[in-house]
Design a protein around this ligand. Structure first.
Ligand SMILES: [Zn+2]
Length: 468
């Protein structure tokens, strides 16, 4: 079984540079091409000298510092796999003083004057990208490497392997099939969504140096797995979003240990958010999961103009049965109105004692606390919490019931209901909490509500005002 630590590629001589050539020439601030460069897609490349401008996305990279005492010598190289929609090539990017802030998924252009053929072994180029080029932009004025950040509108090179929506991507399998033996298939592909991103950790390399690693939990519709990024490539995970970022991973490094433990080896290619049917399916699935699991869905301020609703001259009072009827018969419509209900249960005291008055989610994990802000245990970011909707039990009218936690209150609506802000609620004394619960129980309330069933995200009633 290939271990995850097998990824680094050994350096072999014959890179096309003599030691003298790996010396830095004076830096130039902006690079201006002095030659005519031909644009080409990667699939049509052939070995040999040619002035080429090539574009693609970074699908794998590995930084290999090679410190040299000679002041003007190259200090290392980054081995980069670049892919467009037609194929993958390998770039050996030498550097001295320049640091390239690389991340997986970045759009890059490189200008080079020679394409070489790798030997197919894991040496100069991995077998997944046998054609390569070696460039040392600080030394060679005719070579250059550029990362497009602001100019990347995410539209180019998003359909790897010439993918078509009408065809299943060859080699694509589920995490479960992968664990059940699919890892043996050449160029196997996994399409996974990020569930959570772990904290940055340190590990010691074989040569004794210290590097970073980050492990993300990933999932598809069959199973869950882990993807660990070692070294400089680990920084790429900071741009990923739980339950939204989809990764297409080809030929991952792996270890099977109940679940798949994935990593990047020399032949692995990672495409971020590819624009293909399977990725859209997975993202839709992920969003349905968050809807089902989210402990405190945010109020959809973009869908409901609460000011406009407040000022509306037509104020219609609906029964719960009528709202239910409306939702069934007009699934795409939006409605705003009022309902007159009684709260039959309250759980303010219970959640006060459990220190769960507030909640939110980060990295797909729920956070509960009786504080306005709390740190996510996964990513260590500080999150703003909102009032835990489960402090309100069932509400009823003469015609129906809405069960605990099913109403999405705006911050203003919570304040009107509780007569205090979230900050005041979490700092209130036990006596105040007891009084509040007793005061609200069996009280008749008018709720300004909104309903909109056209979007997957809003399947529940939202409450934008409370009148006592
Ligand atoms: Zn987080």
């Amino acid at each position: 079984m290939p271990a995850s630590s097998s990824s680094p590629v050994k350096v072999t001589p014959g890179d096309g540079f003599t030691p003298e050539e790996l010396q830095v020439s004076p830096p130039t601030s902006t690079w201006v091409p002095t030659l005519d460069y031909e644009e080409s897609d990667i699939a049509s490349l052939e070995p040999g000298p040619r002035h080429l401008a090539l574009m693609g996305r970074v699908v794998n990279f590995y930084d290999m510092p090679k410190p040299s005492k000679r002041p003007k010598a190259a200090q290392g190289l980054v081995k980069i796999m670049v892919a467009d929609d037609t194929g993958t090539m390998f770039v050996r990017l030498w550097y001295a003083k320049t640091t390239y802030p690389l991340q997986l998924g970045q759009l890059v252009t490189l200008w080079t004057i020679h394409i070489s053929q790798g030997d197919g072994q894991v040496g100069l180029a991995p077998s997944a990208a046998p054609l390569f080029t070696s460039i040392f932009p600080e030394n060679e004025r005719n070579c250059h490497f550029m990362i497009h950040d602001r100019s990347d509108d995410r539209s180019m090179f998003k359909r790897p392997f010439g993918a078509r929506d009408s065809q299943v991507l060859p080699g694509l399998m589920t995490l479960k099939s992968f664990v059940d033996g699919g890892f043996d298939i050449d160029d196997c592909k996994l399409m996974v969504c990020v569930r959570s991103i772990g904290p940055r950790k340190k590990y010691t390399n074989k040569n004794g140096s210290i590097s970073d690693l980050i492990t993300a939990v990933v999932f598809d519709d069959s199973s869950e797995g882990h993807l660990t990024l070692y070294g400089s490539v680990s920084g790429s995970a900071s741009a990923w979003k739980p339950y939204a970022t989809v990764l297409l991973i080809t030929a991952p490094g792996w270890r099977i240990d109940k679940t798949a433990k994935l990593s990047l080896n020399a032949n692995t290619r990672v495409f971020i958010d590819p624009s293909i049917a399977e990725a859209r399916y997975l993202r839709a699935l992920a969003q349905r999961l968050t809807k089902k699991e989210h402990v405190n869905p945010p109020f959809p301020y973009d869908l409901f103009d609460t000011k406009e609703a407040e000022l509306s001259t037509v104020k219609v009072l609906y029964k719960l049965s009528e709202i239910d009827e409306f939702a069934r018969t007009n699934p795409r419509e939006k409605a705003v109105g009022y309902m007159s209900i009684i709260v039959t249960e309250l759980h303010i005291l219970t959640n006060y004692k459990r220190e769960m008055l507030m909640s939110n989610e980060c990295c797909g994990k729920p956070i509960f606390a009786s504080k306005v802000k709390a740190r996510c245990r996964q990513c260590d970011r500080e999150c703003t919490l909102r009032i835990n909707p489960r402090i309100l039990g069932d509400v009823i009218d003469e015609t129906g019931t809405i069960s605990t936690g099913k109403l999405i209150f705006s911050d203003t609506a919570w304040e009107q209901l509780l007569g205090r802000t979230a900050e005041q609620l979490v700092t209130a004394s036990l006596d105040v909490i007891k009084y509040l619960e007793q005061r609200l129980l069996f009280l008749r309330l008018t709720l300004g509500f909104g309903i909109y069933l056209g979007s997957e995200e809003i399947g529940r009633l939202v409450v934008w005002c409370v009148k006592i």
